[in-house]
Design a protein around this ligand. Structure first.
Ligand SMILES: *Cc1c(COP(=O)(O)O)cnc(C)c1O
Length: 393
């Protein structure tokens, strides 16, 4: 008997349920083709949308920052961790996002967890889309506000909640993902903003999958819809399309002032390392200088989606480079993913509890770093394996 038997038992349950997994190991950089578990495979599962994680200028900027500022910041921002390069990154991001101010956090998850609890209180209400990201759910749990959920992108249901509850609370904060990560659909932001005005609510958009993807040169979902100045809290990640690590809030200056005093990851967790910050600045400059990265991303995504549709696969209702291949049955989904890998294509299977039961899918993530030959190879493998498994005719 060991005190940790209860954990062993839970692991045994995972094994019995067929959902225990061993993490695959990538023996090199995150690129179009990767050395996964020592075999070369086309990588259809990264969030490195624009290939910036390995851009020579971005890597060079990281090295330059290390030479001047060292490997670590040595402190939280509120003591001596607030290096000038970090402030510079916030200025560059605010210019890029066309918003008044930006506050940078150590990750997107961290940003949601720190921001939500800082901006609402007891006596306030958070109204959240049912498919919002786990880091929003955790952020909401940590806040002292009450919580209500509306059906995914259902504006009638959102209005029903607001009608019923608005008067009982001081502030009401509507939170939504900008792009929903499992289906690739967009939030109905113009309608959400309208309802927020009608019912005097605050708005909060987590644009992790929209940053660097949608809008002019990747300025995000708010830019895509032309809603600058209309959303109170715009969250972005620096870990996906920007290719590094970090998260941020784009907002008014007053919000930034408050976050610097009350967001717990800023007060109680060490600031981002200089290498990351230098790389972030370089990535954002690349996007401000040219749309070539986002143009190539969309071109690749449209090419790949058309190829799969032509084979007869159901690619759902994505409006972004996120390309789900709907399978349904959980075991079939995992079997398909495994067979693709054996044929040189890595794409992760997504099943319950990440998505609803019976909605298993492969989630293909297309990147500007893919060559046409990678995409042709993957489409060919999807066709062959799909036919062998009877998923298409
Ligand atoms: C990926 C993601 C995050 C987390 O971002 P990290 O920077 O990786 O921590 C937060 N919110 C959404 C909607 C995401 O998709």
């Amino acid at each position: 008997m060991s005190k940790l038997d209860y954990i062993e038992q839970q692991i045994q349950e995972l094994k019995d349920g067929g959902v225990y997994r061993v993490l695959p190991v990538n023996y090199g950089a995150c690129t179009n083709v990767i050395d996964l578990n020592h075999s070369q495979v086309v990588n259809l599962s990264s969030n490195n949308y624009l290939g910036l994680a390995n851009h020579p200028q971005v890597k060079k900027a990281a090295i330059k920052a290390v030479k001047k500022y060292g490997a670590g910041t040595g402190s939280v921002r509120t003591i001596v961790g607030n290096q000038d390069i970090l402030e510079e990154s916030e200025e560059v991001l605010a210019e890029f996002k066309r918003e008044e101010a930006v506050t940078v956090f150590q990750s997107g998850l961290n940003c949601n967890i720190g921001t939500i609890q800082a901006i609402v209180n007891k006596g306030d209400l958070i109204v959240s889309d049912e498919l919002n990201h786990a880091s929003i759910i955790d952020g909401v749990r940590l806040s002292k506000a009450d919580k209500a959920v509306f059906k995914h992108s259902d504006m009638k249901d959102l209005e029903k909640v607001l009608k019923e509850k608005r008067d009982q609370y001081a502030n009401v904060l509507i939170i939504t993902d900008g792009v929903f990560s499992m289906d690739g659909d967009l939030a109905k932001l113009p309608d959400i903003v309208k309802l927020a005005k009608k019912y005097n609510c605050l708005t909060y958009v987590d644009d992790a999958h929209g940053s660097g993807v949608l809008g002019e040169s990747g300025r995000g979902t708010v830019d895509h819809y032309g809603l600058h100045g209309e959303v109170d809290f715009i969250i972005g990640t620096l870990s996906k399309a920007i290719g590094v690590i970090g998260g941020y809030v784009a907002s008014s200056k007053i919000v930034k002032e408050w976050l610097l005093h009350r967001a717990r990851p800023i007060l109680f967790s060490t600031a981002l390392p200089p290498a990351a910050v230098g790389a972030i600045i370089a990535s954002v400059h690349l996007l401000m200088e040219s749309t070539e990265y986002t143009d190539r991303l969309w071109e690749n995504a449209n090419y790949f989606k058309a190829g799969l549709a032509k084979l007869g696969f159901d690619t759902g209702h994505s409006e972004t480079p996120i390309t789900p291949v709907m399978i349904g049955d959980e075991a079939k989904t995992m079997e398909f993913s495994k067979a693709l890998l054996e044929n040189g294509v890595f794409v992760s299977g997504i099943v319950f509890p990440t998505v609803a039961k019976g909605k298993g899918r492969l989630r293909c993530m297309i990147s500007a770093s893919h060559e046409k030959t990678d995409l042709d190879f993957a489409i060919d493998v999807f066709g062959r394996v799909g036919k062998e498994m009877g998923l298409i005719k």
